[in-house]
Structures are given as structure tokens and as C-alpha cells.
Design a protein around this ligand. Structure first.
Ligand SMILES: [Zn+2]
Length: 60
């Protein structure tokens, strides 16, 4: 089953791989997701410099 959450995550994995701080491109696209039922937060930690990025996606 493909959910909207998976589609959004895939979009981040495929379009947002480059770290804005150091320019490192994470080909693995290791976005993590967590949810509280109303929002989903996608989080990525740069493996090169440790910079954290987050995107918040509202389910409603
Ligand atoms: Zn970085």
C-alpha cells in the first residue's frame, strides 16, 4: 500500500539530498519520519557535517 506519507518521503528522498550547509549530497537520502497523528516530521541528518534538516507535513 502506498500512502501519502510514503509519497512525500520519497519526494524528499529524491529532491532534497544536498546539504545546504556543506554541500554534501547524500545519495542514500536517509530521511527519517515520525508522526504524532496530525503532523509528520521528516528529518535528515547530514552524514558529513551533522547538520539537521526537518520538514513538517500536515496530515489534514
Ligand atoms: Zn552537511
Amino acid at each position: 500500500m502506498t500512502t501519502v506519507l510514503e509519497r512525500v518521503r520519497r519526494r524528499y528522498e529524491t529532491t532534497d539530498k544536498k546539504c545546504p550547509d556543506c554541500g554534501y549530497v547524500d545519495e542514500e537520502g536517509n530521511w527519517e519520519s515520525r508522526t504524532n497523528g496530525q503532523q509528520v516530521v521528516y528529518r535528515h541528518v547530514c552524514p558529513s557535517c551533522g547538520s539537521t534538516r526537518e520538514h513538517t507535513f500536515n496530515l489534514k
